[in-house]
Design a protein around this ligand. Structure first.
Ligand code: HEM
Length: 463
């Protein structure tokens, strides 16, 4: 049942602010002893089965538990409480640095915006953020539509020949194409011509995310440097794209980014912008293939929506398609854990947290927390109607994190994902192949991103 619409009076707003203030202050008053946790030691966050262990401990110990990580010689606290999410990421974010895993990410991304801290991070964020403003993102609509169009033509041919597709690989290739074209524009063709192949294709062809991959990926920086130097030699020749925007951005002193800084930020956008969206779309197709009612509701929405408008506004007006994307993000958030480390001692969920503690906030656990989600394991896109969202804790859902370091690419990502689903579902139904795959439980792999453990294959049915 939807709650009746109501208006909050000024006095009501005042009361809410008082409650919110009291909630923010609450942790300072509560000083329970250390939280429970397993006696075993475990490098949670580094081991391949970290998410499975976190689920197991959550079931055993609840919202706050503590595990000693011998590799880091410190405790990790896993806190599954939306008030704590707000405190760590928003209201008290200054007391936290980025935590576990950053050393490994640094090998991949240098000192790009995902890794950097302090004044340098602030400078870079201020220079990058305008490129992700809605008004700018809007301009990528035609490009995203075109990449989809080309992919769907390939699907047409495969469908005509009764061939199934590897949807996991398809989503990876599509989202890589979109992010690379958005970054490099026509330079992508120059790079591809010069190298005889898209040099960045290794990202989709090589599934491992280990040290050898990191070094291979890092060797691609030479193509970025060449593109920067080419543009510096012949300015103004380029269309609108992220590289162009980042090259012309200046800091508060009027200084542009150095070549090294540009390279790190571009490599960051490639990694951040590709695997995340690919993984959500892969999961979304799986969920649609296993939930025919939701698929029918999607088709019903698309049947009455204008079909050829790739604008941000038209895409956002596809309410149910957007809800599918958010429900896929709820169940399978690619960034399944957000890691931070306390600078000074803090108080979270009633416990005193010592300085230097690794604090893990897991979208995966909180998105399935039974206190915040009704029947959390089931796929129900209606959870994301405006009314349902209003009735929920604001921080019970945070696939893009929150606060000053929230995902800068959120609008771009949602635009891209909704547009893909809407364009593809207008033309095709996707069925798991072989059909028995629908009866088997799906397994995930939670490494850098939350992915399906195996590639999914689908049969295309022309609608
Ligand atoms: C489904 C898609 C995506 C998801 C779920 C996602 C999620 C996230 C999350 C959770 C963070 C914060 C990590 C942390 O603070 O520890 C983040 C940061 C970031 N994301 Fe995304 N992301 C997505 C797509 C994108 C895209 C498409 C781009 C760019 C093209 C992007 C660029 C970034 C950048 C640059 C940061 C670092 C921001 C900062 O630290 O200031 N992301 N993302």
């Amino acid at each position: 049942m939807t709650p009746p619409p109501y208006r909050i009076t000024p006095a009501g707003h005042h009361a809410i602010r008082k409650i919110q203030h009291a909630q923010d202050m609450e942790p300072h008053r509560a000083k329970r002893s250390a939280p429970p946790g397993p006696t075993e030691q475990f490098d949670i966050g580094s081991a391949a089965d970290s998410l499975q262990r976190m689920q197991q401990y959550f079931a055993q110990f609840g919202d706050v538990f503590r595990v000693y990580a011998p590799g880091r010689r410190r405790d990790t606290w896993v806190v599954s409480n939306p008030d704590a999410v707000k405190r760590v990421l928003v209201t008290n974010h200054r007391n936290y640095t980025k935590g576990v895993g950053m050393d490994r990410v640094k090998i991949l991304l240098g000192n790009g915006i995902i890794v950097s801290e302090g004044e340098f991070w602030r400078r870079q964020r201020r220079m990058i953020q305008p490129a992700f403003h809605r008004r700018v993102i809007e301009r990528f609509g035609a490009l995203i539509a075109q990449c989809n169009q080309q992919r769907l033509e390939l699907w047409e041919r495969k469908a005509a020949q009764q061939q199934s597709i590897n949807i996991t690989a398809e989503m990876s290739e599509l989202t890589l194409e979109i992010v690379l074209r958005s970054i490099f524009g026509r330079d992508l063709d120059l790079m591809t011509d010069a190298a005889g192949d898209n040099p960045f294709a290794v990202v989709t062809r090589e599934p491992a995310r280990n040290l050898p991959f990191a070094f291979r990926f890092r060797s691609l920086t030479k193509h970025v440097i060449e593109a920067i130097q080419r543009r510096r030699a012949v300015p103004d020749e380029h269309d609108f794209d992220f590289l162009g925007m980042l090259m012309s951005a200046v800091d508060d002193d009027g200084l542009p980014m150095s070549e090294r800084e540009l390279v790190d930020e571009i490599m960051t956008l490639i990694v951040a912008g590709h695997e995340t969206t690919a993984s959500v779309l892969n999961w979304a197709w799986y969920l649609l293939a296993t939930h025919p009612q939701a698929e029918a509701a999607l088709h019903a929405e698309l049947a009455v929506a204008p079909s050829t408008d790739p604008s941000l506004k038209a895409t956002e007006s596809l309410a149910y398609t957007s809800q599918i994307v958010h429900e896929a993000l709820r169940l399978y958030p690619p960034v399944w854990v957000v890691t931070r480390r306390t600078i000074e001692a803090d108080h979270l969920a009633g416990y005193a947290v010592p300085a230097g503690t690794d604090v893990f906030l897991s979208p995966y656990l909180i998105h399935r927390h039974p206190a915040h989600w009704d029947d959390p394991e089931s796929f129900r896109p209606e959870r994301f109607t405006a009314e349902a969202e209003q009735a929920r804790h604001r921080y019970a859902y945070f696939p893009f994190a929150a606060g000053p370091r929230h995902c800068v690419g959120e609008t771009f990502a949602v635009f891209e994902m909704v547009m893909h689903l809407s364009m593809a579902a207008r033309r095709f139904r996707l069925h798991l192949h072989p059909p028995e795959a629908a009866q088997q439980p799906i397994e995930f792999e939670a490494l850098i991103n939350l992915r399906t453990q195996r590639d999914l294959h689908m049969r295309l049915q022309r609608r």
